[in-house]
Design a binder for this molecule. Structure first.
Ligand code: TRP
Length: 333
């Protein structure tokens, strides 16, 4: 069986360092293996909470630009918008009939996002993990590189694949494997090491955006939460020091080394010495990406062409899978 990777990101606001280190950079690395890879911009997921319709298309382009700027090569990998491949939504309905309410009720992301409004949020937010399962299964993807927080959703996709296979008595959908890679599977807020770095955090200072310039990055890192102790000598010394752990983790991820390596260099030093080194590293890694993204965004026709070709390629895989699924389920044709 061919190995096939599928992953995606939502076109909400801008992308940040957490998206880059926790997901995007791993996708780029995976391209060097002998995988077939598809990366979508999950615009249908982006409308599950209130959103700005007049910005949706440009944000979709912007995320596609980020994929390319970070190093996803459109000649090797398929880059497309989820909404341009209607088979995702069609398969979602079929899977929805097999998704157990009890399992959806336990989804922590739904609980977090719905908050106290659980009675009033739309069905789409509740059904979000089923659409994600469809994104994966419509390509019979075998590997799904995601951040740690998506593990529970992946579990549901695996469940739905198994339910379908059992119900229709054949090995049709492979079990997609989560790939949670790298040192920075969880990049936390710069203001609160106990919270994930997030696009929905109201504080701009909590995250480094892929579009931030060098000065902004340095200023945000300078103000990032630490504590009054110097950097510890070893990894155990990061325990119960969430802010400190976060900065060391980010450094390690950027440098592609371990936290232990970082501490053997910086252990015992003050934050005032470490932070400028971290800022310099972040700027060196991000500024070429920021520049390339700006170039691409100045030429939206080029992005649109890549997205159109990607959608065509994706549909050529998705359409036969949907047809076969419907045949197996017994639909008239
Ligand atoms: N839910 C994912 C996230 O928030 C995004 C996503 C949607 C996704 N569909 C997917 C990720 C399919 C991997 C595969 O990060």
């Amino acid at each position: 069986m061919t190995k096939r990777i599928l992953s995606g990101m939502q076109p909400t606001h801008g992308l940040h360092l957490g998206n880059y280190l926790g997901a995007l950079r791993n996708w780029v690395d995976l391209q060097h293996n002998d995988y077939e890879a598809l990366f979508c911009v999950v615009d249908l997921h982006a409308i599950t909470l209130p959103y700005e319709s007049d910005m949706l298309a440009s944000r979709t382009r912007e995320v596609a630009a980020a994929y390319i700027a970070a190093g996803i090569d459109p000649r090797k990998s398929t880059i497309f918008a989820q909404s341009a491949v209607p088979e995702h939504s069609q398969l979602m309905w079929l899977l929805a009939t097999m998704a157990q309410m009890g399992k959806l009720d336990r989804m922590t992301q739904f609980k977090d996002k719905a908050g106290k409004n659980a009675e009033r949020v739309g069905l789409g937010l509740y059904a979000y993990p089923v659409l994600m399962a469809a994104d994966i299964l419509i390509y019979k993807a075998t590997h799904v590189p995601v951040g740690e927080d998506q593990k529970q959703h992946l579990e549901l996709a695996r469940d739905l694949a198994a339910t379908f296979n059992t119900r229709y008595k054949r090995e049709f959908f492979p079990q997609p494997e989560p790939q949670i890679l790298g040192e920075a599977t969880r990049v936390m807020s710069l203001q609160d090491g106990a919270k994930k770095m997030s696009k929905s955090d109201p504080s701009e200072k909590s995250r480094i955006n892929l579009t931030d310039d060098a000065e902004t990055i340095a200023a945000k890192i300078k103000r990032a939460q630490t504590d009054s102790e110097p950097l510890p000598m070893n990894v155990e010394g990061l325990k119960d020091r969430a802010g400190a752990d976060n900065l060391v983790t980010i450094y390690a991820a950027l440098k592609r080394c371990s936290r232990a390596d970082v501490l053997s260099e910086f252990g015992g030093q003050q934050w005032s010495g470490f932070k400028p080194a971290l800022a310099e590293l972040a700027v060196a890694e991000l500024s070429p990406i920021t520049a390339k993204m700006a170039d691409l965004m100045a030429n939206p026709a080029k992005i649109d062409k890549i997205l159109a070709q990607g959608a065509e390629k994706a549909r050529s895989i998705a359409a036969p899978v949907l047809k076969e699924t419907m045949d197996i389920m017994g639909f008239w044709h």
